[in-house]
Design a protein around this ligand. Sequence first.
Ligand SMILES: [Zn+2]
Length: 235
Amino acid sequence: MEVVIIRLTPYREKDYIINALSKEEGIITFRAPGALNVKSKFAGKLFLYALVDIELRESKAGHTLTNVESLTNMAKVFTDPKRIIALNVVGEVISKTLKDDASITETFTLIKNTLHALSETSKLISLMYLFITNLLRILGSGLVIDRCVSCGDTKNIIGVAFNRGGLICKSCYDDKTTKLTGSDIQILRYGFMISEAELLRHEFSDNEALSLLNLMLMYLEFTYNIKIMSKDLIK
Ligand SMILES: [Zn+2]
């Protein structure tokens, strides 16, 4: 079963209790016996936000890990500060927005594709941005991007309003509207149009995507009433 590890808690002398996300069951908890021993066959494979393929044995005491294989190149991630930051942002967003099994099941493919892409691409700002727009879309919090959310006008779009949930035209502009450039509006539309299978189809430069990434992190914080601490690391 493919899972994404979201918490590792040391238990007894050498064990871990692990919480992970899975497509089939939502949140799953299992014990990894001896995992803290450096000679363990699990050593070097169990990390926070790692995508792994696991085999479990079931007993009255719960699930016990019997085998684990890494599905991404974590060595490549952990030797690159920019990838470490991106992994932390993705992980923190997942931990703070996915609160029930249904939302985990719905977003699992997106999370998996994002973690794969994280060790493949160097356009990490673009990846984080498209991860967040896709997450918002799948969770039903996508922005209205094909017209002014207030009056329906498809022309004269000049900004976005979080409180109204979409793009805003010139006549509906008010002090809660964030003004956007023409290119920002295009990138915002693209972010909500593509699917989780298309994260690397078109990649934006850091310069293009950075302000949109910050905007979408603000929208995420606004929508879920959360604070994403790791966003301060993004440059
Ligand atoms: Zn309008």
